[in-house]
Design a protein around this ligand. Structure first.
Ligand SMILES: [Zn+2]
Length: 378
């Protein structure tokens, strides 16, 4: 390894040491200091392998992200590599259950979602630098600070880089080594507010207009809009104050998921139509769309990227299965820029977002090598 590559990952032990370092820094999305600390660490590591690397700042409510590239002045990148430095775990989790290795398995908050994947990007690029694969190629790396809460603050920045990139790969993990994600459902969250009229349930119930009863009707009618492609989930419901009063207010929050954006538009039109028909006598109904994250879809251009990945995987005797997932990632908004994108190039791991989250350490070097093989195809 050339002398400029100080502190680089040369073997699995180096990788594990770095993984332990970042897993033991709490970086739940709202823990902005922790997130920034992890970002600073990655900036240093990319700088160490000779990349241009900088912290990217967003609104104050989120921590910093990472942007790294082997060509600072590039107008176009052959490949965008996307990861995130935030986790879903509260401050103090790393102290409670720090990084732990048992044979080939590693445990700890964010070990598989996705500090492993961020380091696979670093390792793969290090390998590509050392063996010359990166010569003449331009790559960009973005690690964002708020993926776990929908990338609300960073998606614009990621998409700006994606638009300048030929292809994009995301390094989330997967339980199956031959599974790669080509499509993800889009998602919307909507708040529903129903207002009736409060009244004493004993003295004058006839004067009341129950918002809860109206919501029961609303739940049935909105759930009926679901079909084989669109799911609706009433995830939060709040209404009324005490048992002996007719409830004046009722509130619900729903999660809607869809495979493509036409299905979403179709659902939304029908949803709006339902709000033109009363949910009960004298009931005022309103709604607020909190977020719409577009679906990650397969396009004609994705076929070429799948071909590249399939070819690269022959070295590992793996025939890929390209799967569809109901969960969202940064692939959703990247796909919306029309840059072909595939996901789950991270390590083999699972039970993410739980205390049992695990990573198979035997999977990470082959994944770093896969990145090299993909770069060779570009
Ligand atoms: Zn993730």
């Amino acid at each position: 390894m050339s002398k400029s590559l100080v502190n680089a990952i040369e073997n699995l032990e180096d990788y594990v040491k770095k993984l332990e370092t970042v897993v033991n820094i709490d970086s739940g999305t709202t823990d902005t200091q922790g997130v920034t600390k992890v970002a600073k660490q990655f900036v240093q590591w990319f700088y160490d392998i000779g990349f241009y690397a900088e912290e990217v700042t967003f609104d104050d409510v989120v921590g910093h992200g990472v942007f790294a590239t082997n060509d600072k002045n590039a107008e176009h990148y052959d490949l965008l590599l996307s990861g995130h430095v935030d986790t879903v775990f509260a401050h103090g989790t790393a102290a409670e259950r720090p990084f732990r290795r048992e044979g080939n398995l590693a445990y700890g908050p964010g070990v598989a979602d996705m500090k492993d994947g961020d380091l696979i990007i670093l390792w793969g690029l290090t390998k590509a630098l050392v063996n010359g694969t990166l010569e003449g190629k331009k790559v960009a790396v973005v690690l964002n600070p708020d993926e776990e809460t929908g990338s609300t603050h960073s998606s614009e920045f990621i998409d700006k880089i994606a638009k300048k990139s030929g292809y994009a790969l995301i390094f989330e993990g997967s339980e199956e080594i031959d599974n790669f994600t080509e499509a993800r459902k889009g998602i919307s969250h909507i708040d529903i507010f129903l207002k009736g009229r409060g009244a004493h349930a004993g003295f004058c119930p006839e004067k009341g207009r129950s918002a809860i009863n109206a919501m029961a009707n609303c739940i049935q009618r909105i759930n009926a809009l679901a079909n084989e492609n669109v799911t609706v989930n009433f995830g939060v419901l709040k209404g009324g104050t005490i048992a002996n009063a007719i409830a004046e207010d009722c509130y619900a929050r729903i999660d809607v998921r869809f495979w493509n954006n036409e299905q979403w538009e179709d659902f939304l039109a029908k949803f709006k139509h339902e709000f033109e028909i009363p949910f009960g006598q004298d009931i005022k109904a309103s709604y607020k769309i909190l977020l719409v994250n577009p679906a990650m879809v397969v396009t004609e251009k994705t076929a070429k990227l799948k071909e590249i990945v399939t070819k690269a995987l022959t070295k590992f005797s793996i025939t890929p299965k390209f799967i569809r997932s109901g969960g969202v990632s940064d692939g959703n908004h990247i796909s919306n820029t029309l840059t072909p994108v595939l996901d789950t190039f991270g390590g083999r791991g699972g039970e993410c977002h739980t205390t049992r989250e695990w990573l198979d350490l035997t999977s990470v070097e082959p994944r770093a090598e896969l990145l090299v093989e993909i770069l060779k195809q570009l």
